[in-house]
Design a protein around this ligand. Structure first.
Ligand SMILES: Cc1cc2nc3c(=O)[nH]c(=O)nc-3n(C[C@H](O)[C@H](O)[C@H](O)COP(=O)(O)OP(=O)(O)OC[C@H]3O[C@@H](n4cnc5c(N)ncnc54)[C@H](O)[C@@H]3O)c2cc1C
Ligand SMILES: *[C@@H]1O[C@H](CO)[C@@H](O)[C@H](O)[C@H]1NC(C)=O
Length: 500
């Protein structure tokens, strides 16, 4: 329990180190685990943070932090973790549609943090927020360093295997794990860790998801990654999205000299079949030729090592309600969206901030208080929607449009790009950047894009000749189909986010 005297903090440390007992046990020292451990420790809670591999991770995920995520990181007291790691500022996106670029900077915000032009057009003046991109492993190492240095956190390198449940009440009391003692080849021993609250954030392959949520992620494509060296991006300090006949490609700097390229490859496409040269063939013959000229040479160099690029599945896992009995599952284990918009860490940091606020000792004095905890976890599920539903729906909807594989989706794709070209960028970019928490703004822009798409399609169908009017019925049928398609993309996503 939270007490103020320094000796209490010392006692708590002894209890963690000697008896493996704390207020909170956190599983996974990744993006979410580090953030929540740090936030709760700052509230005076005693925290055990368990991680299977403390070595600096080398992964192709979590490399671009949106401004809304950076703001949450700062509020958590971890803002310094993006310093000293060769991080690069990100000012927005450059969407290149069939060779034609459209710059979408993060919009200016006013003093209260609001976006003045969220419904229309774009503001020219004002302070624009920034995101950061970096090497994932260096950032995680910084987060872990902050946790290791915190007097109220004990970090233990151990692989968690199971939850431990009470004999009488069906309540999780902690976890069982396997610790390797005496170096890498050392002997493995069973360990147990106990807390009034167990928070599991063991990532996208969570071994606890099935048991605690009963749901599975949906995977329709993978990102294959290259690291380009000394690549000249058309627009410095902007993330690039390349759209055209190939599936979307993302490009963003992760260091002074390094640029990440992520190639989306949908499952089962013929261009990536073994006969067509597999994924390497697809990247070489389809994806790289569609990249801006200044990027192609460095991409070919990076592919030149002859290896199959590293990959990660692009998962969709809508959030589901959890009934609290001592444990909560969070981070990617609980909720995922396509990484196209780089929203995962922004969700994680905002979730950590919100949960910490809802279980602050001034609200939930004792974490063993099951009723108070149940109410807090319930409130968390509903309150997080204001931001996460936007990030989740936007990621899935944009991916569907950008990887369009039928006529109506291609019409919507064209509409979307025209929308940006006409300068309707502040609202959409604020949503993407996680700096606007108003789902109605998303619905407004999505259907505005649909109407632009219908307008462009009608003009194309009817042409300009005198007989154009005869084709009006055709244009009207098309309009219906496009609107229907837009609804089929958008409404089920909202439904799965729990808006019903
Ligand atoms: C291709 C790709 C690109 C992405 N790009 C971005 C991006 O640019 N920006 C962005 O914001 N998000 C991005 N994301 C999403 C982002 O990476 C995740 O949302 C984020 O890492 C989730 O954090 P987490 O803490 O839930 O999981 P993780 O960060 O994966 O952390 C899980 C931790 O748990 C540990 N662990 C696992 N099992 C155990 C166990 N049994 N015992 C002990 N420890 C365990 C792991 O070692 C790890 O340290 C991307 C995702 C993908 C797939
Ligand atoms: C650690 O916890 C104690 C209460 O046990 C609290 O007084 C102290 O402020 C906490 N330390 C930090 C750095 O937050």
């Amino acid at each position: 329990m939270a007490t103020a005297s320094p000796s209490a903090a010392g006692d708590a440390r002894t209890r963690r180190e000697t008896y493996h007992e704390a207020d909170v046990v956190v599983v996974g020292a990744g993006v979410f685990g580090c953030a929540i451990a740090y936030a709760l420790a700052n509230q005076g809670r005693s925290v055990l943070l368990l991680e299977r591999w403390m070595k600096e991770p080398d992964r192709i995920v979590g490399e671009l932090l949106q401004p809304g995520g950076l703001a949450a990181l700062k509020k958590l007291g971890l803002g310094h973790c993006v310093d000293g790691i060769d991080a690069v500022p990100c000012r927005g996106y450059n969407v290149i549609y069939r060779g034609e670029p459209s710059l979408i900077p993060y919009p200016p915000v006013d003093d209260s943090g609001d976006v003045p032009f969220k419904w229309s057009g774009s503001g020219k003046d004002g302070k624009r927020p920034e995101g950061r991109s970096f090497h994932h492993g260096r950032f995680i190492a910084q987060l872990r360093r902050a946790c290791l240095a915190h007097e109220n956190i004990t970090v233990v390198e151990t692989e968690v295997l199971n939850t431990v449940r009470g004999e009488y009440a069906d309540r999780v009391l902690g976890v069982e794990s396997r610790t390797t003692v005496g170096g890498e080849a050392g002997e493995k021993k069973r360990d147990y860790f106990f807390g009034h609250l167990t928070i599991i954030a063991d990532g996208y392959l969570s071994r606890f998801r099935k048991q605690l949520l009963g749901s599975d992620p949906v995977v329709k494509s993978k990102f294959y990654a290259l690291e380009l060296i000394d690549c000249a991006l058309p627009q410095e300090h902007f993330g690039h999205v390349i759209i055209g006949d190939a599936s979307p490609v993302l490009l963003y700097q992760i260091g002074a000299r390094e640029t990440r390229a992520l190639f989306d490859v949908p499952q089962g496409i013929p261009e990536a079949a073994p006969a067509a040269g597999g994924v390497r063939g697809y990247i070489k013959n389809v994806a790289i030729p569609a990249l801006p000229a200044s990027v192609r040479a460095s991409a070919e160099r990076a592919l030149g090592d002859g290896k199959i690029p590293r990959s990660m599945p692009n998962s969709w896992l809508p959030p589901s309600k959890q009934t609290f009995n001592g444990v909560v599952l969070l981070g990617d284990a609980f909720n995922m969206r396509h990484p196209l918009t780089g929203g995962g860490m922004t969700v994680a940091f905002n979730d950590a901030l919100l949960l910490a606020e809802l279980i602050h000792p001034s609200r939930v004095r004792n974490l063993e208080d099951a009723r108070a905890m149940r109410a807090a976890v319930d409130a968390f599920y509903w309150r997080r929607k204001a931001l996460t539903s936007i990030i989740n729906v936007l990621a899935q909807a944009l991916y569907t449009l950008f990887a369009a594989d039928d006529r109506q989706l291609r019409a919507l794709q064209l509409g979307c790009f025209e929308y940006f070209r006409r300068g309707m960028t502040d609202g959409p970019c604020a949503l993407l950047g996680g700096i606007l928490q108003q789902p109605s703004v998303l619905a407004y822009h999505f259907f505005s894009v649909a109407f632009v798409a219908i307008w462009l399609n009608s003009c194309a169908v009817m042409g300009s000749g005198p007989l154009g009017l005869l084709k009006l019925p055709l244009a009207i049928v098309d309009a219906g189909l496009i609107l229907w398609k837009a609804s089929c993309v958008f409404l089920p996503l909202l439904w799965r986010e729990g808006f019903r």
